[in-house]
Design a protein around this ligand. Structure first.
Ligand SMILES: C[S@@+](CC[C@H](N)C(=O)[O-])C[C@H]1O[C@@H](n2cnc3c(N)ncnc32)[C@H](O)[C@@H]1O
Length: 354
């Protein structure tokens, strides 16, 4: 039983600390083992800024978990559910991840990033048909969906889910005093559906939809997270959301914006503003910006060099608050959560386009 009268117990705290520590240890081991398999790339021929040291990164990661725990202890959030808990499935995914690494590395050295740009995917936008991160299959195969969670958790050494879950606090605050059973949440660019999985556990009354352009990723989400009359997976484009005007109470999006060209990013913001009800919330989580961490500029310089990320630099040097405000989405809170920026916007009652 996770809670007694809505309050976390000492046992919950021990279980939380143990499970997060084990997770971080597991994916740190993936990170170190992966590094040993990769062939070094030539030294970059452009200026590279300073890097955080290991202690700074660990300090920020610890702060992320401490903040989550204090929200749990305050009774705002439940102890997180273990999504997709089958250890055999995770072991299989780890094996697939390590088997695939040499292919990713080959692509990285040859700078090959357009393999999904083939006739079978001609119906999808051109910017989408790339091997983001040099990953095998881009966003478009079952194999890619199967190893995606291991790739992301390895990159963030076990803290990716905790960063995603920072969306839960502004959702909880929004829902206070409201009837969640009459509320709809849309997660845009949902991928393997991790955030909807956590949202469903924390707020079981909400009606949730996870939207993505990738059918294999949605199928993976359906299989591993589940589906019900209150949790649906929808194939569609973020820049043309298949929802009526003012029909959504909360729109979320995690790690999508840095994958979009600037023009498409603006279209997606316009769509979020259109589908949100006045007073509704948009909660966007993506990479921290350069201005958040100027002392870590080296990370921003090198990430797109090691991973195929054609729009990342444009994102980390952009001004999301100004972009969202231009579509009537008023910035109301920002949290820096380890390597992520959690931004909360409220859909103004007055919308510039109506
Ligand atoms: C980096 S992944 C993030 C996935 C997930 N939100 C997470 O927390 O890991 C980006 C996801 O956005 C999807 N995506 C990219 N462009 C999209 C678009 N224009 N419309 C809908 N989904 C898109 C991709 O298929 C992929 O699943």
């Amino acid at each position: 039983m996770p809670h007694i009268d809505g309050m976390a117990t000492m046992l919950d705290r021990i279980a939380y600390a143990a499970s997060q520590t084990a997770r971080v240890g597991w994916f740190m081991a993936h990170y170190s083992a992966g590094l040993r398999q990769l062939k070094p790339l030539p030294k970059p021929q452009f200026p590279v800024g300073p890097f955080p040291n290991r202690q700074e990164l660990l300090r920020d990661m610890r702060a992320l978990f401490e903040r989550e725990w204090s929200d749990i202890a305050a009774g705002l959030l439940p102890v997180p559910r273990t999504l997709d808990p089958d250890p055999v499935a995770w072991l299989r995914r780890s094996i697939l991840y390590f088997r695939d690494l040499p292919r990713v590395d080959e692509r990285r050295h040859a700078r090959v990033n357009d393999e999904p740009d083939v006739a079978a995917y001609a119906h999808l936008p051109r910017y989408y048909r790339q091997n983001f991160h040099y990953q095998t299959g881009g966003w478009l195969t079952e194999e890619s969906a199967e190893v995606y969670d291991v790739q992301v958790e390895t990159l963030f050494t076990g803290a990716a889910d905790a960063m995603r879950r920072r969306a839960l606090k502004p959702i909880a605050e929004f829902l206070q005093g409201r009837n969640q059973r009459s509320m709809r949440l849309l997660d845009i660019g949902t991928g393997t559906g991790r955030l909807p999985g956590f949202v469903q556990h924390a707020f079981p009354g909400l009606r949730i939809a996870g939207l993505d352009l990738s059918r294999p990723y949605l199928e993976h989400a359906r299989r591993t997270i589940g589906a019900s009359s209150r949790l649906k997976w929808i194939e569609g484009a973020a820049e043309a959301l298949p929802f009526a005007d003012a029909s959504i109470d909360i729109a979320t999006s995690v790690f999508l914006f840095h994958e979009l060209p600037r023009k498409v990013r603006a279209q997606v913001v316009a769509e979020i503003a259109r589908v949100l009800k006045p007073g509704g919330r948009a909660i966007i989580i993506d990479s921290v910006l350069e201005r958040d961490r100027p002392e870590w500029k080296g990370l921003f310089d090198l990430f797109p060099y090691y991973f195929h990320e054609p729009y990342f630099t444009d994102w980390v040097t952009s001004d999301p608050e100004a972009l969202f405000a231009g579509y009537g989405l008023v910035p109301c809170a920002t949290e820096i959560a380890f390597l992520s920026r959690v931004m909360v916007f409220e859909r103004a009652y007055y919308h510039p386009e109506n």
